[in-house]
Ligand binder design. Sequence first.
Ligand SMILES: *Cc1c(COP(=O)(O)O)cnc(C)c1O
Length: 203
Amino acid sequence: MTDFLSFLIDVMAVSKFQSAESIQVAIDQGYRLFGENRVQEAMAKWPALLSTNPTCRLHLIGPLQTNKVKDALTLFHGIESVDRPKLVDEIHKNRLNSHTRTTEFLIQVNVGCEPQKAGVMPDDLPYLIEYCQEKDVPISGLMCIPPVDENPEPYFLFLTNQARQNGMSIISMGMSGDYETAIKCGSTRIRIGTAIFGPRPLK
Ligand SMILES: *Cc1c(COP(=O)(O)O)cnc(C)c1O
């Protein structure tokens, strides 16, 4: 089994669909950064886990609806799925209230221009970065999920170039099936689900 805990880059343990009990096992093994892709599911599991494990960090890595922004800002330390101006507006409106826990924001890029996937289209990225600056939503990096069944390398390299060109330090890419390629291409944070927890329980 891969010893992810010895990696020098950030390793996020992706705990979607996993029970609080399995998550606690991962915490006891030493994982500290966790990712969930649904606000509702995370709200059911994580307030208790965070109160007993206060050194853990929780990030949202799935699509965010504008009506869930307040909840997301209250629960997550990081939001990695910023992808459109309307969402930036809503974050801007709520970010500075006293319940906000979120300190890190990443823009998700739809690197394969896939219509069914979340993320800003690559052509619209410069505008979205500018928009975030105007709205005082500080962006620390970029996140992507490349198309399945394709060589991810050109997509990873694209994301790394965009992050570097914009002076961003966090590059969130690479999952169980492609993290080695992602690291080779400049990833600073891999997001690992099944290779840590095993196959996801069906929901
Ligand atoms: C589920 C998920 C992962 C982890 O996928 P695995 O293939 O199980 O490692 C990573 N990133 C996102 C955005 C996900 O939704």
